[in-house]
Write a protein that binds this ligand. Structure first.
Ligand code: 13P
Ligand code: SF4
Length: 418
């Protein structure tokens, strides 16, 4: 089967001519209010629920092969997946909930419709005899790629030395609560990171967090760091900073660590060292967009993901994981106006599910996660058909050498529910 396109492609106009460009841009912004991505070469209308005959055929074929495979297969889908995937998923959720579903599953095969770090975590949390497959292995996460094991291992001794901290790995029990006078540096990695980094964290007495339990995880980590200790939080500086602020920490106690360069300020009084990572989708949401929405909808409410920058989270009415955002929107009364600062496939789906509410994406230019969008129904069908033929295509296999530490760090995460 040839590579799926996933977008409707139109020929471009003369974008060099400035008058025509301005006119097109004006039309573009107007159209985007209806939740479309309009670039010179392609248009995606996220509100469009119609399927082409080819898309209908693919959906019918997925349903048929899925039915024949029965309970042996579990299909997990993240909230950012396109509608053509969501309709086939057994569970849709945030990364915390999907890890729980993987850990609890008895299915022989899990097909993970999300990004690579999520499938890796599912592989670590399932039994050896269970296989985790992805519709395409190319769906990664640019934020997860912002911290590599090589970089973290290279910078770790420098951080310990500059902060005057000890490595929890040197203790008899690396994850035991600290004494008051201890000063350990406890690593906390966001779920959006490789299994190799989760293993590093597990071996150094640390823990994985997701956007739904970041506060509980930081409390856990501070208990292990001691009063003079600190937490290394990576890769997402925004989730780390936003959570630290909610816990009452001053921003100047959360310096940013730029890989290979060092910290933005001294580490003497640091309580959280923030790795210099970010999500390019959530970075686009701003406090200015929120005030513009409030001007148009004075009674409206704003909910954003905590991967957004500090000013955006502070200007919003609420923030939380994708599952939290879904529940927040579900709970608003009919007639509400809601602006949402997260990925467009999810926002558009919420708008379609709640025709009695006005729901819009905070960013008029609209933000798809390009790697989540790589999971096309044609790839899902291909994987299911090959599975039925006895193959294990696109299997995600976390090497045995990193399984143990990654499992420790993930199991600690699953035990911390907020
Ligand atoms: P959630 O855990 O909130 O689903 O977030 C995952 C993610 O990648 C958000 O960009
Ligand atoms: Fe990664 Fe951002 Fe996409 Fe989430 S939205 S998967 S953090 S790139």
């Amino acid at each position: 089967m040839s590579a799926p396109e996933g977008t409707t492609v139109h020929s471009g106009g003369n974008w060099a001519a400035s008058a025509a460009h301005r006119l097109k841009r004006k039309r573009r912004v107007g159209a985007l209010r209806k939740m479309a991505t309009t670039l010179p070469m392609c248009v995606v209308d996220y509100m469009d629920t119609t399927k082409s005959p080819e898309e209908e055929d693919i959906a019918a074929a997925i349903r048929a092969v899925r039915g024949r495979l029965g309970d042996k297969v579990l299909i997990l889908g993240h909230h950012y997946q396109r509608d053509g995937i969501v309709e086939h998923a057994d569970y849709i959720g945030d990364s915390f909930m999907l890890s729980q579903k993987a850990a609890d599953s008895e299915a022989t095969t899990i097909v993970f419709c999300g990004v690579h770090f999520m499938a890796e975590s599912a592989d670590v949390l399932t039994h050896d005899k269970q296989a985790v497959l992805m519709p395409t292995l190319r769906a990664g996460c640019s934020m997860a790629d912002m911290a590599t094991l090589e970089e973290v291992e290279r910078d770790w001794p420098t951080m310990l030395e500059r902060g005057g901290w000890s490595d929890p790995a040197l203790r008899a029990d690396p994850s035991a609560p600290a004494d008051a006078n201890d000063a350990f540096l406890v690593p906390v990695t966001y779920m959006n990171s490789s299994a190799a980094l989760k293993d590093f964290v597990g071996r150094h007495g640390g823990v994985v967090c997701t956007s739904s339990n970041a506060r509980g995880v930081l409390e856990w980590a501070f208990e292990r760091a001691g009063e003079r200790g600190a937490v290394l939080f990576f890769p997402d500086q925004h989730l780390g900073r936003n959570t630290g602020l909610k816990m009452g920490l001053e921003e100047d106690r959360m310096p940013v660590w730029i890989p290979a360069m060092g910290a933005s300020s001294g580490l003497d009084d640091a309580r959280i060292v923030l790795w210099h990572g970010f999500c390019s989708v959530h970075k686009r949401f701003t406090a200015e967009q929120i005030s513009e929405f409030r001007t148009r909808h004075p009674e409206g409410v704003v909910v954003v993901h905590p991967e957004c920058p500090r000013a955006t989270v502070e200007a919003a009415d609420a923030d939380g994981s994708t599952e939290y955002i879904k529940r927040f929107i579900d709970a608003q009364p009919p007639g509400s106006s809601i602006a949402v600062g997260t990925e467009i496939n999810m926002v558009a789906r919420m708008a379609k599910e709640h025709p009695d509410k006005h729901i819009e994406c905070l960013d008029a230019e609209v933000c798809p996660c390009s790697t989540m969008y790589m999971i096309h129904p044609a790839y899902l069908l291909d994987v299911l058909e090959r599975l039925e033929a006895g193959e294990l295509p696109n299997q995600v296999v976390v090497p045995a050498s990193v399984q143990e530490g990654a499992l420790l760090a993930l199991e600690r995460m699953l035990s911390i529910i907020e």
